[in-house]
Design a protein around this ligand. Structure first.
Ligand code: SF4
Ligand code: SF4
Length: 90
């Protein structure tokens, strides 16, 4: 089973309050935008106008975006207990 296939069978219980907040002001002046390329779940996407759009819906809680952001624009915490990803393949 491929990585993509494994990711698709994970389950999520989403909280109305996202566990990640992104400072879009800082994103506008970020020239490299590594989050878009490195988030394994595709939570960061570029709009046609070049704006970074974020959605926590499929977040794998890996913490990569927090580590790679050169501008400390990502405020990251684990979801509240009982929420977030439910891994089916460990
Ligand atoms: S790397 Fe950080 S500042 Fe740059 S676009 Fe992503 S979240 Fe925004
Ligand atoms: S924690 Fe991982 S999966 Fe979640 S948004 Fe950040 S890079 Fe993507």
């Amino acid at each position: 089973m491929s990585f993509d296939e494994k990711v698709k069978v994970n389950a999520y219980i989403l909280h109305s309050k996202p566990h990640i907040e992104v400072n879009s002001e800082k994103c506008r002046s970020c020239s490299t935008k590594p989050c878009v390329k490195l988030c394994p779940a595709g939570c960061y996407r570029l709009s046609p106008s070049g704006e970074v759009m974020f959605s926590h819906d499929a977040c794998l809680e890996c913490g990569t975006c927090r580590l790679v952001c050169p501008h400390r624009a990502v405020r990251w915490s684990y979801p509240e207990a009982g929420y977030g990803i439910w891994y089916r393949f460990g």
